[in-house]
Write a protein that binds this ligand. Structure first.
Ligand SMILES: NC(=O)C1=CN([C@@H]2O[C@H](COP(=O)(O)OP(=O)(O)OC[C@H]3O[C@@H](n4cnc5c(N)ncnc54)[C@H](OP(=O)(O)O)[C@@H]3O)[C@@H](O)[C@H]2O)C=CC1
Ligand SMILES: Nc1c(N[C@@H]2O[C@H](COP(=O)(O)O)[C@@H](O)[C@H]2O)[nH]c(=O)[nH]c1=O
Length: 395
């Protein structure tokens, strides 16, 4: 993924672009960018990938001086933390770097709202930055409008550089925002042979302590965690975020249970804080709609098998995290119990997600696999058997 390819797509080679009265529209929307700006956008896109997926998009920001030197690089570390622009500006302040007269290159339109971290547009204005280049508009209602605020303050604002790459970077986040549903992370803690519980229902623990710690870290960042009623009945889970000693994390997710049966009165998931929500439905869309109405923007679906399968079948998963233990059971509850697929051509295709530490990580004795749905809807169909060429060795 490079911003340079986005530039080529616009059919305006940097070297040939000469600003003139004709190609500088009065609107302030300019259609080409310098090599320095393009390189800064590439670096911003790369930095964005260091953040975690979730309620907020991945965003990177690079500030360049008048000579094209990259001064600071910021990125967003997830909901509730500094935005990429604020991160870059804070780094500059800490290092004593004067940003007056510089250009900020950022992968998403700077926000305009006073959320948990303050508006980036104001921080940019206060830092004395005079030029802003961003890739794509922020579609998120409360955050949109940053470009207009910046222009109103006399800052030269341009957009569209590497727009394709920036959209691709957060493809599923954009889709979730447009659909007004939470961003959905699916969690599977499974054996090598894809079992999430043994024949007798026991499953604690398949994952090693390091994987469990990672999962609890995730629980501490999401808005809500969801399981099916059967998991509540079999496991009686707490679904809280805790450290290895059992101490609760500062932020706790809402606990959601999906299914028609009631949650038993003495279920641990009820907890003491009352932050449990029964979703009396078997329709994942309906569950997401109810959660969105309750203010949930990032949901982790933990299981079990039928719930995981229902969300995957509905195409409502944006991120997949699999903790793979080097363990065999040979029987027991399979991770998935059917996705409505009967032939290979209908298989769901996933791609490795490089964000947030990469697509494959070793956690203790386990592997942590990180994936997202593949962009293309389907692969090229295989030729029908009758018309197929005979295989010439290999597969
Ligand atoms: N290793 C891991 O990562 C995890 C393992 N587990 C294990 O998974 C096992 C439970 O899995 P499983 O039996 O599949 O149960 P689930 O937890 O997936 O719950 C299934 C129940 O959810 C309700 N439900 C809601 N929507 C749907 C839907 N679309 N399709 C089907 N059912 C729906 C139904 O209950 P209702 O009648 O109320 O509508 C159904 O009986 C347990 O042994 C548990 O230990 C669980 C979570 C994680
Ligand atoms: N067995 C299993 C998991 N199981 C999940 O954790 C739930 C228990 O949560 P709690 O009561 O809060 O500790 C359980 O019901 C199921 O959703 N998770 C994992 O990361 N690895 C594992 O091996």
């Amino acid at each position: 993924m490079t911003a340079a390819s986005g530039q080529r797509a616009m059919n305006l080679p940097v070297a040939e672009f000469q600003p003139t009265a004709e190609n500088q529209p009065a609107t302030g929307i300019v259609t080409a960018f310098s090599a320095t700006e393009t390189a800064a956008m590439d670096a911003a896109l790369e930095a964005a990938l260091r953040g975690p997926r979730g309620a907020n998009p991945l965003v990177g920001a690079v500030v360049v001086d008048a000579n094209g030197r990259q001064l600071v690089t910021g990125f967003h570390r997830g909901a509730g933390t500094a935005h990429a622009e604020a991160d870059a500006i804070a780094q500059a302040a800490a290092a004593g770097i004067d940003l007056r007269g510089s250009t900020m290159v950022v992968t998403l339109e700077p926000c305009n709202h006073c959320g948990r971290t303050g508006p980036c547009a104001q921080a940019i204005i206060s830092a004395g930055i005079t030029d802003v280049i961003y890739a794509v508009d922020d579609p998120h209602d409360p955050a949109a409008g940053g470009a207009a605020t910046l222009r109103g303050a006399g800052i030269r604002v341009r957009s569209g550089l590497a727009a394709g790459e920036a959209l691709e970077l957060n493809r599923h986040w954009f889709q979730a925002v447009a659909a007004k549903r939470p961003f959905v992370t699916l969690h599977i803690a499974q054996t090598l042979d894809s079992r999430i519980a043994a024949e007798d229902g026991t499953s604690q623990w398949i994952s090693c302590p390091e994987s469990l710690a990672d999962n609890h870290g995730l629980r501490g960042r999401i808005d809500a965690i969801l399981v099916g009623t059967q998991t509540v009945l079999v496991d009686n889970p707490r679904l809280t975020a805790r450290d290895a000693s059992g101490t609760p994390a500062g932020h706790q997710p809402l606990r959601a249970v999906m299914g028609l049966r009631d949650i038993p009165a003495d279920a641990a998931v009820r907890g003491e804080d009352g932050r449990v929500l029964h979703l009396p439905t078997r329709d994942p869309r309906e569950a997401l709609s109810q959660l969105y109405t309750a203010g949930i923007r990032h949901l982790m679906v933990e299981g079990g098998s039928r719930i995981l399968s229902a969300f995957l079948t509905a195409g409502l998963v944006d991120e997949l995290i699999v903790y793979l233990a080097p363990t065999l059971l040979g029987s027991g509850t399979p991770a998935l119990n059917g996705l409505g697929i009967s032939t290979l051509a209908e298989a769901q295709q996933w791609e490795w997600d490089q964000a947030d530490g990469g697509s494959v990580r070793s956690l203790g004795r386990d592997l942590r696999l990180h994936l997202r749905p593949q962009h293309t809807e389907s692969l090229e169909p295989q030729p029908l058997r009758a018309g197929a060429e005979p295989a010439m060795g290999g597969y």
